[in-house]
Design a protein around this ligand. Structure first.
Ligand code: SAM
Length: 209
């Protein structure tokens, strides 16, 4: 299967179980497909937001860490207190090989997470709030486990934001005083070589509850 077909195959998953299995199969080729074939830009954009808002000693959860491409770049920029969480054990195993995370956790965004309240200074989810992946309800748990004053940083497709329940959920959380919007980044092509039509923005919220 070529890389474009593989992405379609991932996005045609019907449920979490199928998504977990497909990511676990893709895990070993994921880095090469995304970096060599697609020229994956999103981790770099996420790190730019971190450098603006989050100090290097922050305790960070990479939620939907995949193979750890975001953690690897954060680590290179001096963020060493990093934990990874993903629902796919196969992806987490690849993340572990990068030796940039202090802990690896299997967990599902959208379900209760096995962390105490206010445990992290920041959480990051790149390529995770996207069709058929983590639901908008996952923000409740990310807010719970992030300290007041901490940051939640994630990528989002503008078209998906408008045509899903994410806009409503994100506004409701702001209205109820759970978080405040800090920044919506410029649109960028996340896979300029392979899928140039896909645009993303990096969103930054600060937890205020
Ligand atoms: C496109 S990959 C992105 C991985 C990594 N953040 C990156 O930027 O390379 C999406 C990842 O999110 C994970 N994922 C999807 N839905 C999830 C959920 N509900 N809970 C936890 N992980 C999820 C997948 O297993 C996969 O590893």
């Amino acid at each position: 299967m070529n890389t474009e077909d593989r992405v379609q195959w991932i996005y045609s998953s019907q449920n979490n179980q199928e998504l977990i299995e497909r990511y676990s199969i893709w895990a070993k080729d994921y880095d090469q497909d995304l970096t060599d074939v697609f020229v994956y830009v999103s981790p770099q954009k996420a790190v730019e937001a971190f450098l603006k808002y989050v100090s290097q000693d922050a305790k960070i959860l990479d939620a939907g860490a995949g193979t750890g491409l975001v953690g690897q770049l954060l680590h290179q920029q001096g963020y060493h207190n990093l934990e990874a969480m993903d629902m796919s054990q196969g992806m987490l195993e690849e993340a572990g090989k990068k030796k940039v995370y202090t802990a690896l956790h299997q967990g599902i965004l959208g379900e209760p997470l096995d962390f105490s309240a206010d445990y992290f200074d920041a959480t990051v989810s790149i390529g995770v709030f996207t069709p058929g992946h983590a639901p908008s309800s996952a923000f409740d748990e990310l807010i719970r486990i992030t300290k007041p004053g901490g940051y939640i940083i994630f990528s989002m497709r503008p078209d998906f934001y408008e045509n899903s329940d994410f806009s409503e959920k994100q506004s409701a959380l702001a209205k109820s005083g759970q978080w405040e919007l800090v920044e919506i980044g410029e649109k960028f092509q996340c896979l300029p070589k392979g899928e140039p039509e896909i645009e993303l923005q990096i969103w930054v919220y600060q937890v205020v509850r």
